[in-house]
Design a protein. Structure first.
Length: 161
């Protein structure tokens, strides 16, 4: 069963690549005491993720943060190196924080994983967005079709804030 509005997001230890090197990141700390927009993608450098999902949040980052959001986070079941390269490639570094979930631990814990092995992608995150306040889910939008960005895109997110 997937996480629902009103549920608390889990605290899972992940790895993130920073200018200082590989660092541990606790998802509990990511959300604690803040209003956070989290959007998830099936994979960095994939078509819908690269053509509309990430670019939408990068271009609307200032508008989203002006609505009281402390941080915008992109989650993907990719390794930290891929997420950093993707962020650098699309100029997201100062606008969207990348949260690599390389082993799909967080994604599975919230029940928003899917089996992409038929596409050669193994376990991946469903395409979704959520707004959390102090780690509690206030809104959650899951795409019916992982190849489309409709309810989880930046413009739709703006209507939830």
């Amino acid at each position: 069963m997937s996480i629902q509005v009103g549920d608390k997001l889990p605290s899972i230890k992940l790895k993130r690549l920073t200018a200082e090197g590989m660092q541990d990141v606790d998802t509990g700390d990511v959300f604690a005491g803040k209003k956070v927009v989290l959007f998830a993608i099936p994979g960095a450098f994939t078509p819908a993720c690269s053509n509309s999902h990430l670019p939408g949040y990068v271009s609307r980052a200032d508008d989203i943060k002006a609505k009281g959001v402390n941080e915008i986070v992109c989650l993907a079941v990719n390794d930290p190196f891929v997420m950093k390269a993707w962020s650098d490639h699309y100029g997201a570094t100062d606008k969207v924080a990348m949260l690599p979930d390389g082993n799909a631990e967080f994604t599975r814990a919230i029940g928003l994983d899917f089996d992409g092995s038929g596409l050669g992608m193994a376990t991946r995150a469903k395409r979704f967005s959520l707004v959390a306040e102090d780690g509690v889910v206030k809104s959650l939008d899951i795409e019916e079709n992982a190849g489309q960005v409709t309810v989880s895109g930046a413009d739709s997110c703006m209507t939830k804030l």
